[in-house]
Design a protein around this ligand. Structure first.
Ligand SMILES: O=C(O)c1cc(C(=O)O)c2c(n1)C(=O)C(=O)c1cc(C(=O)O)[nH]c1-2
Length: 232
């Protein structure tokens, strides 16, 4: 990508980050087919079961960022992400909402939780993301979360597509995506504030852009693995 070359001035930096929308997984052929209503029930089920591994690892990724972050004020806000996914009691939170999505598409909670459908490429992609957050400087890990800048448009399109093309899925099962429509903009506003506040040199900006590029690869690889496992 040529985007790293433009990661110099403050405006150019944000522009270089936003330019990654061109590499976002909304353009992956599997997502395109999903939003065009062209996926079969087994394909939808395969995606939901595999994406669960991403969902359950997001809070572990965020805990890794917290453990590496020396800034009290950042931690105070970042911790909210873990609570959003884990909830604060049984029956709450994003992971629970994803399990309900699983039930709505015809999967038992057990078969989603025990990873029997999880394919190696999805495991590798998600594990790479968690390892990145554990081992890279925390600001880079924050930058890698910025794919969420592009997520709300995809969530809105996905909600509309599911209601239109997949009427066999109980709309109540889509609550996870509705919640993300509000959570993602709040989360990425904070992440962008952290990244623009900490990355002041050309070098640190290039590293942040590189981190976002890596994350685009994580999401794309995840979709490649699902696409290959559940062919048309
Ligand atoms: O369904 C999607 O397309 C999608 C994408 C992303 C993303 O762009 O990383 C996230 C989510 N969903 C999501 O639900 C979520 O909680 C989330 C957390 C993060 C992150 O990197 O911290 N990304 C995403």
């Amino acid at each position: 990508m040529t985007t790293t070359a433009t990661a110099t001035g403050a405006d150019g930096f944000v522009e270089a980050l936003r330019a990654h929308s061109r590499r976002y997984h909304d353009q992956h052929p599997f997502h395109v087919r999903m939003n065009d209503g062209r996926l079969s029930r087994p394909q939808i089920r395969g995606w939901v079961a595999n994406r669960f591994y991403y969902q359950e690892n997001i809070p572990r990724k965020d805990a890794a960022i917290l453990s590496n972050c020396p800034d009290l004020e950042v931690r105070r806000r970042w911790i909210r992400r873990i609570l959003d996914h884990d909830g604060t009691a049984a029956g709450e939170g994003g992971i629970e909402a994803w399990l309900r999505l699983g039930e709505a598409v015809g999967l038992t909670r057990e078969e989603v939780r025990d990873h029997r459908h999880l394919v190696p490429g999805v495991r590798f992609a998600v594990d790479a993301y968690v390892n990145f957050a554990r081992t890279r400087p925390w600001v880079e890990a924050v930058a890698s979360s910025l794919t969420e800048l592009f997520a709300p448009d995809l969530m809105a399109a996905r909600l509309a597509a599911f209601e239109r093309w997949y009427p066999w899925i109980d709309p109540e099962g889509l609550a996870y995506f509705r919640a993300r429509l509000e959570q993602a903009p709040r989360d990425c506003e904070h992440a962008l504030e952290v990244v623009t506040g900490h990355c002041l040199s050309a070098e640190s900006r290039a590293r942040a852009v590189g981190a976002l590029s890596f994350k685009c690869d994580v999401l794309w690889s995840l979709m490649d693995a699902v696409d290959q496992a559940y062919p048309e």
